[in-house]
Design a protein around this ligand. Structure first.
Ligand code: ADP
Length: 219
């Protein structure tokens, strides 16, 4: 399964001001690749990730997964592609605050209908939250919440993981644990695209895409 974005544009209008969040971004993500997206705050990383998963619609350009278009499809079709192909961790949104971590993961597994997914406890261990399965989302720190979201994103062992800052606020040991998990995905042919400020994580990626003002720098 290959993810391909061609010439993505995204504009936002706030009053009279126009922000060009993406200005002609193209990229390819192959099975077994880890790609890091880096760039300063406001460079368009989150907007890019939202367009790649079909959570947002680009104003120009096209996203394809395995030859099928994600862009300019009815929401039901996009949701079906997302459920089948993607695990998604964005800055907010994939956790039910009043449920425990274990229940969040189990719910995701049920929604995804996967038979041979890893057990919640194993997933929590991989993201360094083995001791937090019974905690509710509201009881977690910012970094723990990001990793809880990562565990949910991985609950169905998705072919493509799209993650925004999965290693925010973690210590070095936990970061290495997360990197090992991304490398295990690589070994089993799964693709991983991560927006990150972490040099340690970027260093282990197969490629780094550097965004600046909504465009990929090629220097
Ligand atoms: P990053 O993830 O690299 O910090 P973003 O993709 O969040 O960057 O933002 C890129 C630019 O688009 C920023 O200037 C941001 O203010 C703007 N932007 C992002 N989302 C919106 C929105 N929903 N409405 C208006 N402007 C937005």
């Amino acid at each position: 399964m290959m993810l391909q974005a061609t010439d993505l544009y995204r504009f936002f209008h706030t009053g009279d001001a126009e922000t060009l969040a993406l200005r002609g971004v193209s990229l390819t993500l192959l099975p077994g690749e880890i790609v890091a997206v880096m760039g300063p705050s406001g460079s368009g990383k989150s907007t890019l990730l939202n367009c790649l998963t079909g959570l947002d619609e680009p104003d120009g350009g096209m996203v394809r997964v395995g030859g099928m278009s994600v862009s300019r499809q009815p929401e039901a079709a996009r949701a079906a592609i997302r459920a089948r192909e993607f695990g998604i961790l964005m800055q907010s949104g994939n956790l039910f605050a009043h449920l425990s971590l274990t229940d969040n993961i189990q719910l995701q597994m049920q929604l995804g209908g996967v038979a041979d997914a890893p057990r919640p406890a194993a997933l929590l261990d991989r993201v360094g939250l083995a001791h937090r399965g019974h905690a509710r989302v509201t009881q977690l720190s910012g970094g723990e919440t990001a990793r809880a979201g990562l565990a949910v994103a991985l609950a169905c062992d998705p072919p493509i993981l799209i993650a925004d800052e999965p290693t925010a606020e973690v210590d070095a040991a936990t970061e290495h644990r997360l990197i090992a998990m991304f490398e295990a995905r690589r070994a089993s042919g799964k693709a991983t695209l991560i927006a990150t400020h972490s040099e340690a994580l970027a260093h282990r990626a197969d490629r780094i895409l550097r965004l600046k003002d909504g465009a990929i720098c090629h220097d």
